[in-house]
Design a protein around this ligand. Structure first.
Ligand SMILES: Nc1ncnc2c1ncn2[C@@H]1O[C@H](COP(=O)(O)OP(=O)(O)O)[C@@H](O)[C@H]1O
Ligand SMILES: [Mg+2]
Length: 276
């Protein structure tokens, strides 16, 4: 049971003179419980990859399977939820509550309004204060959280989020990160970001794209052994990892990279003692 992509590629305006090859040769597997971080600079193909995984685009090459079914098939309906990079473009209902409840109601989930209210609360939007608001009057950060609530309410086994913390303040970011953490109890989550720092501590996998191709694939810990592709793609190593890479270049013996600052400090102090 997984969301699987094989040899996935896509070209915009294929056949035209100005065709743009946005993605090529991507393979990945997303299982329930996973947090896959998809990184890359602007234009590297991240949003295109998510649209393909959600079945919103038909692959140019390769294929996508959702628990064995094509994402565009009727049986796969509701199994992949996606939040776009511009969440405002996702709203259509008169109130936020109606918008968030639409997905679960359409999927035949009982008590859709209760599910929607819980989803709103889980991203830090009080359903009483916000439920009756027009989604088009929300601030950027509120709109993003509202769109994430709409995806959470679908209770899909696979959740795809395009830059879910962009434009959020600290508390909004914490709410969204916590909601993603809870969602992983039942779903596989893929997060697209150009600043992977905030997700890397919890990530089960990391995929970096550059100009439509995969330049790094592995675990965050693998970055310390082969950061070249990742850095060449214009991405910055997380500070915590960078500190350990630098210490290692200076002769520190570090067997296992730590991702939390406190654990990393212990590793560095330990390596220092070993040096003496
Ligand atoms: N609708 C579109 N039509 C033509 N080209 C597009 C379209 N959407 C994206 N592209 C191009 O495809 C490439 C990848 O874009 P995108 O997947 O949005 O990258 P990212 O999300 O990493 O910024 C870019 O060169 C972009 O200009
Ligand atoms: Mg994008």
């Amino acid at each position: 049971m997984a969301l699987v992509a094989r040899d996935l590629g896509y070209t915009y305006s294929a056949g035209a003179e100005y065709r743009i090859e946005a993605l090529r040769g991507v393979r990945l597997t997303l299982e329930r419980g996973d947090l896959l971080v998809i990184a890359g600079v602007t234009g590297s193909g991240k949003s295109t990859l998510l649209r393909l995984l959600a079945g919103l685009l038909e692959p140019g090459t390769g294929d996508v399977e959702v628990d064995g079914d094509a994402p565009r098939s009727r049986v796969a309906r509701g199994r992949v939820a996606i939040v776009f990079q511009n969440p405002e473009s996702q709203f259509f209902a008169e109130t936020l509550m109606a918008d968030v409840a639409f997905g679960p109601r359409n999927l035949g989930i009982d008590a859709a309004e209760d599910v929607a209210a819980a989803a709103l609360a889980s991203v830090g939007l009080d359903p009483v204060a916000y439920g009756g608001r027009s989604p088009f009057t929300l601030s950027g950060g509120e709109a993003r959280r509202g769109a994430i609530a709409g995806a959470l309410a679908m209770r899909a086994p696979y959740l795809l989020l395009d830059e879910p913390t962009a434009g959020l303040d600290d508390s909004g970011r914490r709410d969204v990160l916590a909601a993603i953490g809870r969602e992983r109890a039942t779903s596989g989550v893929a997060v697209v970001t150009h600043d992977p720092d905030e997700f890397l501590g919890d990530a089960t996998g990391l995929l970096a794209l550059d100009a439509g191709g995969v330049v790094f694939e592995g675990d965050v810990r693998d970055l310390i052994d082969r950061p070249e592709g990742y850095l060449a793609a214009g991405l910055r190593l997380p500070d915590v990892v960078q500190a350990q890479v630098l210490a290692r270049e200076r002769g520190a013996v570090i067997d296992r990279v730590e991702l939390q600052p406190l654990a990393a400090a212990r590793v560095l102090a330990q390596a220092r003692r070993a040096e003496r």
